[in-house]
Design a protein around this ligand. Structure first.
Ligand code: TRP
Length: 342
């Protein structure tokens, strides 16, 4: 959380998203909102469109990734990431990250990668038990390179990314030990104040592939349609009946997005006592979400209408990112005593 961060020391933030489609409210509460807070707090910020990582499980969908890249940039800018203050760049346009990844592969065993809980979960989801792309197994190493390559101190991410941050910490520590001096900071995760956002169907996670998320590009009518479909308490059959707030998606979203905490607390109380209907609550949530998403959607539409502008943002950001990672990698190489052809 932001209040745990000591801003008297230099704070460098790196984070990113795989471009596999437009982003949704889960991304927004999980990480993007924290990035914007960090940007506003004056941290040095790098935000990456992680296309190289997207290929680790999408090599047969390269076109989908290509199409999603400008969408994700539009989502970022729509949400308030300001390319004049945050370096927004494309992972594959920074080849130094791939070089650093290759070097880091020597610091991590295959069994260490196979133990990574997020990799294990994703292996199951993708059916990679028998045949796994080696790039997929190694993406946590690439992620350690993404993070340490910028000397990032803070990484705003969702909880599922904690094993990746741990590997980045370990890698930084190994490099520092091998070099016998502190070349790389050990990065820490910045978790969002709200936990994981459930899907509108009540499933544990809002996700594009499950089709249960509200996207930052959804129209007001689409938001309303999705909210009206939201899973609530299946035993709450009449307005008069007491209802459960736990596992109730409408309350999970009100918790995440409605700014008046006291009002949410009073509504929960009322709902638990009975006498508060789902439709009334859903209408409040529609208003809350339309107020949040409307301006984001309008900004992102203006960005999408200007593909050259998007390219310019990525080109400028990626050039700056290259310089940064090249300098860090030079320090890593010399710290490790690696021969370099002059
Ligand atoms: N793994 C992240 C995701 O799935 C994307 C990512 C790549 C990332 N490199 C990163 C996140 C470095 C934080 C830091 O969305």
């Amino acid at each position: 959380m932001l209040r745990d961060i000591d801003f008297t020391k230099k704070v460098t933030v790196l984070t990113g998203d795989r471009p596999t489609g437009p982003l949704h409210l889960g991304h927004y509460v999980g990480s993007i909102r924290e990035r914007i807070r960090l940007q506003e707090a004056g941290a040095e910020c790098f935000v990456m469109v992680a296309d190289a990582q997207a290929y680790t499980d999408n090599i047969e969908n390269t076109r989908k990734v290509a199409e999603a890249i400008p969408q994700v940039v539009a989502d970022y800018i729509g949400c308030g990431i300001d390319p004049d203050r945050t370096t927004v760049f494309l992972q594959s346009a920074v080849p130094e990250l791939a070089e650093l990844t290759m070097l880091y592969m020597n610091f991590t065993s295959v069994s260490r990668l196979e133990r990574n809980p997020t990799i294990r979960e994703e292996t199951r989801q993708r059916g990679y038990e028998m045949v796994m792309p080696s790039g997929f197994l190694c993406y946590p190493i690439a992620q350690a390179a993404d993070i340490t390559g910028f000397r990032a101190t803070h990484v705003p991410v969702g909880e599922d990314q904690l094993p990746m941050i741990e590997l980045a910490q370990e890698t930084a520590a190994k490099v520092n030990r091998a070099a016998a001096r502190d070349i790389l900071p050990e990065p820490v995760a910045v978790l969002s104040t709200t936990g994981r956002l459930p899907g509108i169907d009540g499933k544990a996670k809002a996700s594009k592939s499950l089709g249960n998320a509200i996207h930052l590009l959804d129209s007001d009518a689409e938001i309303e349609r999705k909210v009206m479909m939201m899973y609530t308490d299946p035993d709450h059959l009449t307005v008069a009946m007491p209802g459960k707030t736990e596992g109730n998606v409408v309350f999970a979203y009100l918790d995440a997005f409605h700014e008046d905490r006291d009002e949410v607390a009073a509504l929960k109380d009322h709902y638990t006592r009975g006498g508060l209907g789902d439709v009334k609550l859903k209408k409040l949530l529609v208003r809350t979400l339309v107020e949040l998403v409307g301006p984001i959607r309008e900004r992102r539409e203006r960005v999408i209408a200007d593909p050259k502008g998007i390219e310019a943002v990525l080109r400028k950001g990626s050039a700056a990112a290259r310089e940064r990672v090249a300098a860090v990698m030079n320090d890593v190489r010399s710290g490790l005593g690696i021969y370099r052809l002059a």
